[in-house]
Ligand binder design. Sequence first.
Ligand SMILES: [Zn+2]
Length: 159
Amino acid sequence: MKKIFSILTILFLSFSLKGQTLSKGKKTYKIEKTNSEWKNLLTAKQYRILREAGTERAFSSSFNKNKEKGTYACAACKTPLYKSEYKYDSGSGWPSFDRPIQGNVELDIDYKIGYARTELKCNTCGSHLGHSFDDGPKNTTGKRHCINGIALEFIPESK
Ligand SMILES: [Zn+2]
């Protein structure tokens, strides 16, 4: 009986913890596809990052040094996610932004490496983009959206 009680307590605790996440439970996205549909649409590298929450090698993205004006869109569904004016050089090895395009990036919590991190996902298709940290530029938002370049597609501003 005691055992059942502690299992229930654990269940209850994990549910209430879940309730604290910024996005609730299993959400449905405007764009939803099966794994095999995504596999057909994306390269193997893109699939690993976007759909399996992988992380690209630091300093591997050409976007790190991209200073061109434009918009960074989700590589999976093409929703605009970040503007070049909010991109900054964090020195982390991943493209970094101090804020997303309002409403287009979902904040979620993951515990993959043992402690809570704020996971960033495309709010339209749920694809994994990267993580948010609190060591961003202090003179703006203080946030660092650390994004896998592979998860992004750059659309230069038309001149
Ligand atoms: Zn997307």
